[in-house]
Each structure stands twice: as C-alpha cells, then as structure tokens.
Write a protein of this length. Structure first.
Length: 100
C-alpha cells in the first residue's frame, strides 16, 4: 500500500484483502510519526485507517476495480478516482460460493 499524504507518498506495506481493523492500524502506524498538515501536532492516523478499510471493502465488492487513485489533503480526500476493467469475477471466490 502506497498512500499519498501531505508528507509525501508513504509506503505502508502489504496485506491481502479484506482487511481487518488491526491490518489497517498496522498499515498506517508509520503515519503516526508524521506531522499534521497544519503543524499543530502529530498526524492522526485514524482517518487514514478508515480510508484503507473502506478501500478494502470497495475492492471486495467491485472486483472490476483495476486501479484506485487517492489524492489526500490532511484527513480529507481531495480526489478519488477508480478505474474499472471487465473482470466481473469476485476476488475471493470462496467467500461467494455455496457449500456443496
């Protein structure tokens, strides 16, 4: 996961989707050492955790998503762009299959 932040692009790590709350906390933990955009104190990682969790859910629900671009300004999203492809198959086939 590479997350663009006010401090520049942050390489945060890799996890398989769907993400748990713990996964999101671990992925954005490095941001807690950064400075907030207004220089008022440490950067709050909570909004970034929420973005990562929502993105994970989006990727699970829409397997056609091929690329996601986020441009963040502090805890607010300045722009959010999603590129869709033609693959309608679920990413996690076992999660959507019925037991035999």
């Amino acid at each position: 996961l590479v997350l663009p932040t006010p401090l520049g692009d942050q390489v945060l790590g890799q996890r398989l989707s769907p993400l748990t709350q713990k996964d999101a906390q671990e992925l954005v933990r490095p941001l807690s050492h950064g400075q907030s955009p207004d220089l008022s104190g440490p950067l709050d990682p909570a909004p970034y955790q929420e973005i990562v969790l929502r993105l994970s859910r989006l990727l699970e629900e829409l397997p056609q998503v091929e690329e996601v671009s986020l441009e963040l300004s502090g805890p607010r999203i300045a722009s959010f762009e999603v590129r869709l492809g033609g693959n309608p198959e679920p990413r996690n086939r076992h999660a959507h299959s019925k037991p035999r």
